[in-house]
Write a protein that binds this ligand. Structure first.
Ligand code: PLP
Length: 364
């Protein structure tokens, strides 16, 4: 057998530790998972209530065109139905974009660290990956534009950026889009869009009207709390969507995911409550950091990347023994950092206490 050469250098995605795994390993009853930016308040009770009805007719293939959720999302974000492509999570939309635009001889430009799936899928397609280090948590957009040449096919922009949580403001992003050559597809990944509260946030959907080489990615996995069902989407001008469609599997989003997403979209109260709770708890966490000389990036998402006086792995291991799963930044090339999802108030108070104690004992 002969697989693609590049795969020898790649590893499968390593998920954060699972809840059951940690429970067993440390003999704990309750685990608080703050590792994957999931919604700590779950998902809409409307979805919960209707689930038995949604799980019917499983013998029938899903609607491959996702017509009902398509219409719903189009109305909600005020675009045409032909401007949407749905994926088995926005992860799959990333994969579809890579399958469509990337090949050996082509290159793609992105920040580092950022969401790892852009790089991963680009490598599998045989493209050259040009990674531009973040500067103080922010995309170095000028350098990213410098890296663009005639063989660049896709420019990835993640805002708010995972794992730093910082966003890119309107004038900055507008200027990048205006200056980026038109042969390059610009993908703006807005997985944390619902949490973005900055007044200078970029109007990405508005920009699509004037830029045929722009796509925006959104998901039901984060604020909507449907990560387990896998559904997300991309928005662009119909011409881009048409180019992507042949690379999409015919039945890539499930019947249940489509139906749940419709109900979830109708329950904006759940989103508002989740966002408000996140805002309060995030502020309290940042206040805690200020009081304890822990520096952090000002996050517009539901997670915060903090800089510690000890190694990220050490803090990760310590928190694990106390029943908290976070992400160490060490593997991301961010030494002495952890990324933690903002959880419920009480859990945050407890984790703050644990962090404080660990730091006090670690730096003595
Ligand atoms: C979580 C995440 C996604 C993937 O979300 P799915 O829709 O669950 O595939 C995409 N981009 C970023 C930046 C994320 O953090």
């Amino acid at each position: 057998m002969k697989a693609k050469e590049i795969l020898k250098t790649m590893k499968p995605y390593k998920p954060g530790k699972g809840i059951e795994e940690v429970k067993k390993e440390y003999g704990l009853d309750r685990i608080v998972k703050l590792a994957s930016n999931e919604n700590p308040y779950g998902f809409s009770p409307q979805v919960q209530k209707e689930l038995p009805r949604l799980i019917s007719q499983l013998e029938i293939y899903p609607d491959g065109y996702a017509a009902t959720i398509r219409q719903k999302v189009a109305d909600f974000i005020k675009v045409d139905e032909e401007q949407l492509i749905f994926g088995n999570g926005s992860d799959e939309v990333v994969q579809i974009i890579c399958r469509t635009f990337l090949e050996p001889g082509a290159n793609t430009v992105m920040a580092t660290p950022t969401f790892p799936q852009y790089r991963h899928n680009a490598l599998i397609e045989g493209a050259e990956v040009r990674e531009v280090p973040l500067v103080d948590g922010h995309h170095d957009l000028e350098e990213m534009l410098n890296q663009v040449d005639e063989n660049t096919r896709v420019l990835w922009i993640c805002t708010p950026n995972n794992p730093t949580g910082v966003h890119i403001d309107q004038p900055t992003l507008q200027s990048v889009i205006d200056r980026c050559p038109e042969h390059v597809l610009i993908v703006i990944d807005e997985a944390y869009y619902e949490y973005l509260e900055a007044e200078d946030a970029f109007d990405s959907l508005g920009a699509i009207e004037n830029h045929s080489n722009l796509m925006v990615l959104r998901t039901f996995s984060k604020a909507y709390g449907l990560a387990g069902l896998r559904i997300g989407y991309g928005v662009g001008q119909p011409e881009v969507i048409n180019v992507l469609e042949p690379s999409r599997e015919p039945f890539n989003t499930s019947t249940v995911a489509q139906a749940a997403a419709i109900l979830a979209l109708d329950d904006q109260t759940f989103i508002e409550t989740s966002v408000e709770e996140n805002r309060k708890n995030k502020q309290a966490f940042m206040d805690f950091c200020d009081q304890n000389d822990i520096s952090y990036y000002d996050s517009q998402a539901n997670f915060v990347l903090v800089h510690l006086p000890i190694s990220g792995d050490e803090m990760f291991e310590h928190l694990l023994t106390k029943g908290f799963i976070v992400r160490s930044g060490e593997a991301l090339g961010l030494p002495n950092t952890i990324r933690l999802t903002i959880g419920k108030k009480e859990d945050m108070e407890n984790i703050q206490e644990e962090m404080k104690q660990k730091i006090a004992s670690g730096v003595k």
